[in-house]
Design a protein around this ligand. Structure first.
Ligand code: ATP
Ligand code: MG
Length: 437
């Protein structure tokens, strides 16, 4: 992409309405613009990141045999009357009436919709287990939308749903999602810690929130220090095997959000205790037959008797993650994207656009990189070097290839790593091999 032809409305000044770094940087880097409170338009750079996150989430869901569907944003109220949630949900649900006087709503989540689809289609235990997900916009009329896309009213969520014959099956599905979430967040460059969450009237131990640590998080959390070092990277995982040992490893140590904290346990941990603030980036939940019973989602069991299926739901805040990743990875100059979600892998900065030699070298690099399949943003604007450097740091691409008259004469380029700040003079070939890792 040539920056001179791109749509990247960056801002020099810090927007006054933004209270936290990710919100400020997303506005300044031209990623989003607010439409009304908690509702945003995604501009090209922001949308690229959103799509990358979506893709990582999608790949990891597909990898555990969860099938993608796409359910509507608008749902009929009658569906929610069946589960009893139409009256329970409260003012967060946006309700309206269509031209035929039918009560409709903008879905805040999709348990009812998926349960209906499942109930109509599946009749026998032989068709179980089943896992389905979609990545779709939700609307919740939050009292206090704030922090940009972190607490929006319209937001993108991945929500998955599992259907099993019995509790043991439900546990297997839950464990698959649990481990898949750990992998997903690691691929996004995040350290997410699973924390036991309230299961309400359902009871049991199958509800976890996944939080990343950040000073601007909305919840006050506490956990064992060991979580900071725990990782699944380089571990090959057999999702059809027994995942309980991995789940046990990640749930065996203390980790709790505000309402679940236990001060006695925390005292006993002493030096091993970490308290911090956290951002909830996902929530998984087993709710047994809460929806399957009232909505008639049952299958014929092995003995011919009808049984209501055991269900779970599994959410990831896809649009919130854009903000959360920035909270976890930025400095005073701008965003520092992890490779996996960077809108482009590298930028080319032409320090002297209009200079024949510099232009030629840049064009050559631009062409070669595109041929290699590297996503690259070429700053070919007729602008001061200082402005180009500032924008490059602001939008946070992992690598910057800096081309100036002196380097061109000596047959080298300067390669800057956004994260470390290291700058090296290298031949083009050496720079390419560094970028492609
Ligand atoms: P929270 O406690 O933050 O209000 P929740 O418990 O209501 O979230 P869930 O219903 O568990 O959220 O939704 C799944 C995920 O969707 C959450 O873990 C979060 O990452 C994301 N999410 C929820 N509400 C919002 C919102 N208003 N804006 C952006 N993302 C959201
Ligand atoms: Mg939650």
């Amino acid at each position: 992409m040539r920056l001179s032809q791109y749509f990247l409305p960056t801002l020099k000044d810090t927007p006054a309405e933004a209270q936290i770094a990710s919100h400020r940087l997303m506005l300044r880097a031209g990623m989003v613009r607010q439409s009304s409170a908690g509702i945003y338009s995604w501009l090209p750079l922001g949308l690229r990141v959103l799509k990358k996150i979506e893709m990582v989430v999608r790949e990891e869901q597909n990898a555990i045999g969860c099938h993608e569907v796409l359910m509507p944003t608008i749902q009929p109220a009658d569906l929610w009357r069946k589960s009893g949630r139409y009256d329970d949900y409260g003012p967060e649900m946006l309700r309206f009436v269509d031209r035929h006087e039918r009560d409709m709503l903008y879905g805040p989540t999709n348990e009812e919709q998926i349960t209906e689809i499942f109930a109509e289609a599946v009749r026998s235990y032989r068709e179980l287990p089943q896992m389905l997900y979609h990545i779709q916009w939700k609307f919740r009329d939050e009292v206090r939308p704030r922090f940009g896309v972190m607490r929006g009213r319209e937001f993108l969520m991945k929500d998955a749903y599992s259907f099993d014959l019995d509790g043991a099956g439900a546990r297997r599905s839950y464990n698959k999602m649990f481990v898949s979430y750990l992998k997903t967040y690691e691929r996004l460059g995040l350290k997410a810690i699973p924390m036991a969450a309230d299961t309400g009237p359902i009871g049991g131990d199958m509800s976890h929130e996944f939080l990343i640590l950040a000073d601007t998080g909305e919840s006050e959390i506490a956990c064992h220090r060991d979580f900071l070092e725990m990782s699944l990277i380089n571990q090959s995982i057999d999702f059809d095997g027994d995942l309980q040992p991995i789940v046990d490893r990640f749930t065996g140590k203390y980790a709790a959000t505000d309402e679940m904290r236990n001060l006695e346990t925390e005292k006993a941990l002493g030096e091993d205790l970490v308290t911090a603030r956290g951002i909830e980036v996902g929530h998984i939940f087993n709710f047994g037959t809460k929806y399957s019973k009232p909505m008639g989602a049952s299958v014929a069991g092995p003995d011919g008797q009808d049984v209501a299926v055991e269900m779970g739901s599994y959410g990831i805040g896809v649009s919130r993650l854009v903000g959360a990743i920035i909270e976890a990875s930025h400095d005073e100059n701008g965003v520092i994207w992890p490779d996996s979600v960077a809108p482009f892998q590298a930028g080319i900065i032409n320090l002297k656009s209009g200079d024949g030699d510099c232009d030629n070298v840049c064009e050559d690099i631009y062409r070669k990189m595109r041929n290699l399949g590297v996503e690259v943003l070429y700053d070919d604007r007729d602008a001061r070097a200082g402005a180009k450097f500032a924008d490059a740091d602001l939008i946070g691409l992992p690598w910057q290839i800096i081309v100036g008259p002196r380097g061109v004469k000596n047959g080298v380029v300067e390669l800057k790593n956004r994260k470390s700040g290291d700058r090296d003079e290298l031949s083009l070939e050496a720079a390419f091999s560094k970028i492609s890792g």
